[in-house]
Design a protein around this ligand. Structure first.
Ligand code: SF4
Length: 92
């Protein structure tokens, strides 16, 4: 606020807007934290993961496989030759 007029100066108003923006960003990050924790991966035992294929189904032809050795659903190192009960045919 201006010391003489009682009306907020332009710089003072801009500072308030920036502080509110920073507060909103921090609040949004805090709200997203529980969501990130909620999408934790499943452990290999709970999905019956094995490091060998099941017939023609294997991680490398599953849509959830992430090169070179990970999975969007299952935790830990995943072999391209592995398999689990959530196998989903890769499109294409
Ligand atoms: S079969 Fe698919 S879902 Fe299962 S571990 Fe392999 S890549 Fe992940």
């Amino acid at each position: 606020m201006s010391a003489t007029s009682g009306v907020p100066s332009r710089a003072f108003t801009r500072r308030i807007v920036l502080l509110h923006s920073a507060g909103c960003a921090a609040g949004a990050a805090a709200l997203l934290l529980p969501v990130k924790q909620a999408v934790a991966k499943m452990n290999q035992k709970s999905v019956a993961y094995q490091d060998t294929p099941k017939d023609d189904q294997k991680c490398s032809n599953c849509s959830l496989f992430q090169e070179p050795n990970a999975c969007t659903l299952v935790d830990g190192e995943i072999s391209p030759e592995g398999w689990c009960k959530f196998w989903v045919k890769k499109a294409g």
